[in-house]
Design a protein around this ligand. Structure first.
Ligand code: NAD
Length: 229
């Protein structure tokens, strides 16, 4: 069977969860990466059976998430983490959540993966029009939503089995002006799409890994509701 790592699952409402279910239904083993601040509530909810109804697969069995890794994709290695984040209660409560460390943990635990899914985005100023977006907000959107994919693929590639696949989720606001999708998120999706073409070329040659992105339609996920979509 195939093993998949899905970055960006913190509840049962988003695309990451739906993709996990589809892959699990097809027989894949499921590992997920959950944003550190959301880890506690996600794991607690899982354990208490809050997601049992939505864990149901077409054959009646429940999707098994083999392991949940705490993850923050804006940090590549421990050296990148600022003091205030390190000492933050929610972050200090878990460890090994930078991209490099998560990949090391997955390697130690399972050796390799076949499928990498990037289902995450973050834009602290998403509710602001681009015209009112700060440099800091714009760069934060790019860091969390675009470079995060470069970093994940860069680190996972060496432990991805040849013939594997990687996918991310984009949004049409990269190509057409969509009012309300601000803060540099439209820019971040444009970067993600361009990077997909370049990474497909590079990862195809380097590791026989396919790289694609899907431009998804509107879904009432936590992230989408936060911007009133
Ligand atoms: P979601 O809230 O389910 O997923 C976003 C996830 O990103 C959350 O789990 C959040 O915890 C995580 N995250 C944020 N910052 C992070 C960080 N620094 N490190 C690790 N994780 C972090 O919402 P969703 O809408 O399902 O989003 C999944 C993907 O789908 C995103 O790329 C989004 O842009 C894309 N998308 C969504 C829609 C939509 O309408 N919902 C449409 C097109 C594309």
């Amino acid at each position: 069977g195939k093993r998949a790592f899905i970055a960006g699952v913190a509840d049962d409402n988003g695309y990451g969860w739906a993709i996990a279910k589809a892959l699990a239904a097809a027989g894949a083993e499921m590992l997920v990466g959950t944003w550190v601040p959301a880890l506690n509530i996600f794991e607690t909810s899982l354990r208490r059976g809050k997601f049992d109804e939505s864990r149901k697969l077409p054959d009646g069995s429940l999707m098994d998430i083999v392991k949940v890794y705490p993850l923050d994709v804006v940090y590549d290695s421990p050296d990148d983490v600022p003091e205030d984040v390190k000492s933050n209660k929610r972050y200090a409560g878990s460890s090994h959540w930078t991209v490099k460390e998560v990949v090391e943990s997955v390697k130690n635990d399972f050796g390799s993966i076949d499928i990498l899914v990037h289902s995450l985005a973050n834009g602290p100023e998403v509710t602001k029009p681009l015209l009112e977006t700060s440099r800091r907000g714009y760069l934060a959107a790019i860091s969390a939503s675009s470079y995060s994919y470069v970093s994940l693929l860069q680190h996972f590639l060496p432990i991805m089995n040849p013939g594997g696949a990687s996918i991310s989720l984009t949004y049409i606001a990269s190509e057409r002006a969509v009012p309300g999708y601000g803060g540099g998120m439209s820019s971040a999706k444009a970067a993600l799409e361009s990077d997909t073409r370049v990474l497909a070329f590079e990862a195809g040659r380097k590791g026989e890994i396919r790289v694609n992105t899907i431009s998804a339609g509107p879904l009432g996920s936590r992230a989408a509701k936060a911007i009133g979509f």
